[in-house]
Write a new protein. Structure first.
Length: 186
């Protein structure tokens, strides 16, 4: 079934919407949750919660891409679960590493001005990502959106791990310069 048909099932409050969503996007959502949580049971629970959230929050306008809509829900749920599971733990966890890699690019200052500017920051980051070559964008998004490991990215792209790591390092530096040029406090 195509995405428009699935969305219509949600709008019609037809229970089939969840089954069809699971059949088409279940593996995609589970991969996102598994990369973040590194735990099958928690990943499965996040995916099930994704279906519930999609059921309760399907927008009144048609989402441009249902996969992105579901992926964003899954990702947010997985990060919330991760925070809950690791409130007091701060070790060499994979997600901690992924987020730490970006700390030099984005300030953690949370004053009123920064909160107001958050939307501008999001727009700037999106603009930066769109400006990257397809290869760099793929590597950057896989690492920082999907939380894929450097090893997985290298393997899937037929690259050496060092090449992927160096590409990520250079792209982070470019992002930092890009944001600094636009007046964001780093």
């Amino acid at each position: 079934m195509d995405d428009n048909g699935i969305i219509q099932l949600y709008w019609d409050r037809n229970d089939q919407a969840i089954k069809v969503t699971s059949d088409k996007y279940g593996h995609y959502c589970k991969a996102i949750a598994r990369n973040i949580l590194n735990n099958e049971e928690d990943a499965e629970e996040c995916v099930n919660d994704t279906y519930l959230n999609a059921w309760n929050s399907m927008p009144t306008h048609w989402p441009e891409q249902l996969a992105t809509f579901l992926g964003k829900i899954t990702r947010n749920l997985a990060f919330n679960r991760y925070k809950h599971n690791h409130t007091e733990k701060r070790g060499g966890e994979k997600i901690t590493l992924v987020l730490d890699e970006l700390t030099d690019c984005i300030s953690d200052v949370d004053d009123v001005e920064q909160i107001i500017d958050r939307q501008e920051l999001i727009k700037a980051i999106n603009s930066f990502v769109r400006s990257l070559s397809v290869s760099k964008r793929n590597i950057f998004v896989r690492r920082y959106w999907y939380a894929d490991s450097v090893t997985e990215i290298a393997h899937d792209n037929g690259m050496l791990q060092g090449t992927v790591s160096k590409t990520l390092e250079r792209t982070r530096k470019e992002l930092k310069a890009y944001l600094t040029e636009r007046g964001f406090e780093i």
